[in-house]
Ligand binder design. Sequence first.
Ligand code: HSE
Length: 408
Amino acid sequence: MTKIAVLGHGVVGSGTVELFLKNKDNINRKNGLDLELGYILDIRDFPGLPYSDKFTKDINDILNDPEVKVVAEVMGGLHPSFEFVKSCLEHGKSVTTSNKELVAAKGAELLKAAKEHDCNFMFEASTGGAIPIIRPLDRCLGGNEIYAIAGILNGTTNFILTKMISDNMAFDDALKMAQELGYAEKDPTADIEGHDACRKICILSSLAFGKHVYPEWVHTEGITKLTLEDSMYAENWGGAVKLIGSVKRFEDGTILPMVRPAFVCNGNQLSYVSDVFNGIMVYGDGFDRIMMYGRGAGKLPTASAVVGDIIDCARQDGTSVSMTWEECSDSSFIKDYTLDEVQMYIRTDGVSENEINALFGEVEYLDRAGRPDSEKAFITPKLRECDIIEKMNKYKNNVLGTIRVLDF
Ligand code: HSE
């Protein structure tokens, strides 16, 4: 018998136990395994469950039981998750986690610990919820040079934007609903300010380009400054406003990861990704482009990825197959986003078309229902972002909003 342990019995932890117990017989039969639920670690009590006898409050019960080979960390946060995960790896127990904060901050170190102790550290559930993205990027697409990734990586903000735009729901009501559905982080600021998507693009960037990318190196904006007017203009332009986590590689070897709202044109499938769904577009030299799509948050979709990793860890017991990337303390391979050439949507009040044309030459003007005469919204030509900012400096008090246009 091989025991598994689950650290945390919150939304994802309880989903992991539920899915595992429901499908355990099939999982064991199909994979030639003999997995059993050994422990659940939580500081709270959960009486009355069919598996209440499995709870412990002491990580040492798990560390010191040689029958525990696979541990699922689904507690979230950095501490004590990091200490628990590291100890498990040091005891030769493979770990899977849904904790993107942990992987984005400590991924290189934990992958190294797994290699040193002949076990695995897997984190399919950390990015894209149920979507298989980590393993495909590492293995199936591993023969390619990846040159860009762009994705809707946060289910909560995509859900909020969809509810606000399609159902006329107020921001706060949509957020409350996302919390009730178990999509949002404990502190939903991480969702709406873009930090959660930032952690996910760090993980994808580290994996795709082989060096650890830390969240503090990534320019990050959330959805709090977006307005309904912006989305009306995006629709008029032929697209939608989405919170996009992206990274692209330049000829000189630098990369540009960032998280920002973007105008996404209807020619890009990401513009149609709505509700809690995530979509991730990967571009590479051999395969051109691949789009992956699925539920990006929620109890059972996230548990699906955790349980998949539990099975993989159990099948790979005694070997270390998980990927690795370089620890990196120098951020000079991250490009300054203001030097990147972009087209921007700009919404102004009290600036004339003559003044706008004098700054940018040809621009594309957009319209919306109810637009006041004094309001002008337009798409700039492709220029370095710092040059666009400089040109608009004279009218900075007239700018109501700026959003980049996704061009890949
Ligand atoms: N809060 C996250 C989201 C959960 O909404 O995408 C899944 O990582």
